[in-house]
Design a protein around this ligand. Structure first.
Ligand SMILES: [Mn+2]
Length: 273
């Protein structure tokens, strides 16, 4: 186990606008198309920037299940360093970080595709470049804050989090906060081996600040008690969604295919209640 890097700041300024992006899961082509739709342009040094200085904020789970996890890692390594993007911690992100750290983890649920991509990358670019990328990715994932407080004129206007958060947890860091933000309100495992998820959004009392989250895919963006789910299951053949603040607009790009290889997906299982 190596030195764990310090967590990045969990405050992001929305003064020039923020584009929240749902779970990409290696769907790099759709991600590129979404950036174009949002008005981001490739700059001379190769980064994507918005002419108005907007920032990109990922809800995590940028890797796994889909085809281009490494491209997504490289994108966020580069764009966070350039100060134009941010990302929060997530369940797949945390698993991949621990794997890159050499800890004994079982790679499943699409994380094995990340391992395979790194193997191919090493074959193509050699061990030196591969080990540099592994270390940069490890640092990126380990340093991601559990949630991000988005502030406009120093006022908290929105929170970005992967799987969920209680209002009492906003602004805090602890193992309990990290676990809730990464996995949501999980009440054990069901007979099918899947986590039993409590509906924290439904149980929320109050509407402010806006909580933008992903992790639990729904066919359409879903608003409930001041929360907004923007994971439309792109990797399962759904859509990749962005939420634009302060415009309060939703922009979605359809998946080119169902990359997961599964026929039984969160989208097919979804039932509105
Ligand atoms: Mn997730």
């Amino acid at each position: 186990m190596r030195h764990k890097p310090q967590t990045r700041s969990k405050v992001l300024s929305a003064d020039n606008g923020v584009d929240f992006v749902g779970d990409v899961h290696g769907c790099y082509d759709e991600f590129m198309e979404l950036l174009k739709r949002l008005g981001y342009e490739r700059s001379q040094e190769g980064t994507f920037r918005h002419p108005q200085g907007r920032k990109l904020l990922s809800l995590g789970d940028i890797t796994s299940r889909g085809p281009h996890s490494i491209k997504m890692l490289q994108f966020f390594i580069q764009h966070i360093a350039a100060g134009v993007a941010e990302m929060v911690d997530s369940n797949h992100g945390w698993k991949v970080a621990r794997w890159l750290d050499g800890r004994p983890v079982t790679l499943a649920h699409g994380d094995e595709k990340v391992e395979e991509e790194f193997r191919v990358y090493q074959q193509e670019f050699g061990p030196k470049k591969a080990s540099l990328l592994r270390e940069q990715s490890r640092r990126l994932l380990f340093s991601s804050p559990s949630h991000m407080m988005v502030k406009k004129n120093d006022k908290l206007v929105a929170v970005a989090v992967h799987a969920g958060i209680k209002d009492d947890y906003i602004g805090l860091e602890s193992p309990a906060v990290h676990t809730f933000c990464r996995y949501g309100d999980v009440a054990g495992t069901g007979p099918d081996g899947r986590p039993i998820r409590r509906e924290w959004a439904k149980e929320r009392r109050g509407y402010e600040p806006l909580i933008v989250w992903g992790h639990d895919p729904r066919p359409e963006p879903e608003r409930q008690n001041g929360t907004l789910n923007i994971d439309q299951g792109c990797v399962f053949g759904g859509k990749l969604t962005a939420y634009r603040y302060p415009e309060d607009e939703l922009v979605s790009v359809p998946a080119k295919e169902n990359y997961s290889g599964l026929s039984d997906t969160p989208l097919t299982r979804y039932t509105a209640d």
